[in-house]
Design a protein around this ligand. Structure first.
Ligand SMILES: Cc1ncc(COP(=O)(O)O)c(C=O)c1O
Length: 387
């Protein structure tokens, strides 16, 4: 149905069933032209390229993201090559020499997890990690952990990378947190953006929302973004010269000044080919009227077809009983199976030998689903020989 848009990647991987899309999504064909267009614009415009990038491309991408996430102020969106840069920039808003309390979960992606672990080696930094399971009570437990003391930063994912389960009602959670804390609230939306219909309109004033192009936005690595609340007066110490673009906010005499919009969280010169690619994907989706809701419905139909095939195979480990999310709280675009770590690694590698690409982390085997799949192409018969 949608495979026509992914011909280059599909032809380059004949015979493969690619279930690792939640990690490394195939890129639609339009992204190849977009990469070349960046090259051509660079050759044609040389020094004047940045006028085109900042005058047309950046605002166009901001408009698309704002439309998709229902953000009222597109200029509050800022770009960086990866989310780690934003994590670091957000953390640099705090004074690490005085007590800092961070409330997060036990299931955050490495870009945050590793960084906060390293930071917690400082005597001043206290990190409280709330277990994501049981998922049904996570919002209440997160709220209680935040309210239990003065909290400076709350950081959690919209959809957790190690389960695919997400926060059911993001607006309600942020609004509840807002009642008990004035902490900075940051949502890692990487597994939610363009996978789950998301409406940030009611919480855009309160929440920092991070995501990027590598997964469901399909533009490849290099174009992450952050939506910054309009009221933000933060002055990140880790700051680059792009943060001075446009109108500047007032600062005390002699202080470094920051842009009056999302660009106060900007870094410096970056390769914008991913920005071109993601713009091409947004345009394609728009032209083809592929909404996040439509894509999600298609993905759900693929997941159901896959599970029915799996039922037929009656595999001792790869079956519904080992789905991590048994209550169907699943929100992301991948299914996670949980069983012993050594079995997970063995089965993932046996599947790979049969051209079935998955990925795994510890005791979790993840199967992702994408628009470039057709349920009729799924073939799991090799499971008969994998015990
Ligand atoms: C939840 C989540 N956040 C962030 C990232 C990417 O982090 P970075 O852009 O810092 O490499 C990933 C990548 O897999 C992720 O799963």
């Amino acid at each position: 149905m949608y495979q026509q848009f992914y011909q280059h990647f599909l032809k380059a991987n004949p015979g493969k069933q690619h279930f690792a899309c939640h990690s490394h999504h195939y890129w639609p064909d339009v992204t190849r032209d977009a990469t070349l267009a960046y090259w051509d614009d660079s050759a044609r415009l040389v020094d004047d390229k940045w006028e085109l990038v900042f005058g047309e491309k950046v605002p166009a991408v901001q408009q698309h993201i704002a439309r998709i996430l229902k953000l009222p102020e597109p200029e509050q969106i800022v770009f960086a090559p990866n989310t780690h840069e934003f994590v670091m920039r957000l953390l640099s808003c705090f004074d690490w020499s005085t007590p800092l309390t961070v409330v997060t979960t036990d299931s955050e992606f490495h870009s945050f997890h590793r960084q906060i672990n390293r930071l917690s080696e400082l005597n001043t930094v206290n990190v409280i990690r709330v277990p994501t399971e049981p998922f049904a009570t996570l919002p209440e437990r997160l709220e209680a952990a935040v309210a239990a003391q003065h909290t400076d930063l709350v950081f959690f994912s919209q959809v957790f990378f190690n389960s695919g389960v997400g926060i059911k009602d993001l607006t309600a959670l942020v609004q509840t947190l807002d009642k008990v804390t004035d902490a900075m609230i940051v949502v890692d939306g990487y597994h939610g953006f363009m996978a789950v219909p998301t409406d940030l309109s009611a919480i855009a004033k309160r929440v920092f929302y991070l995501a990027g192009s590598y997964k469901y936005a399909q533009g490849g690595e290099g174009c992450c973004f952050m939506a910054v609340p309009q009221s933000s007066e933060h002055r990140p110490i880790y700051t680059g010269w792009f943060a001075e673009f446009g109108e500047l906010a007032k600062a005390k005499q002699g202080q470094v000044q920051y842009a009056n919009n999302g660009y106060r969280f900007a870094g410096a010169t970056m390769d914008c080919s991913a920005l071109y690619r993601v713009l091409a994907v947004f345009d394609l989706y728009h032209q083809q009227q592929i909404t996040v809701e439509k894509a999600q419905a298609y993905i759900h139909s693929l997941q159901q077809a896959f599970l029915l095939l799996l039922d037929e195979m009656q595999h001792p480990l790869l079956n519904r009983r080992h789905l991590l999310d048994k209550q169907n709280q699943q929100q992301g675009q991948f299914l996670t199976f949980r069983f012993a770590a050594e079995d997970v690694a063995r089965i993932a590698s046996a599947l790979k030998q049969q051209g079935i690409m998955t990925d795994y982390r510890g005791d979790r085997l993840r199967f992702g689903f994408a628009l470039y799949h057709n349920a009729t192409d799924y073939n799991l018969s090799c499971l008969k020989d994998i015990s």
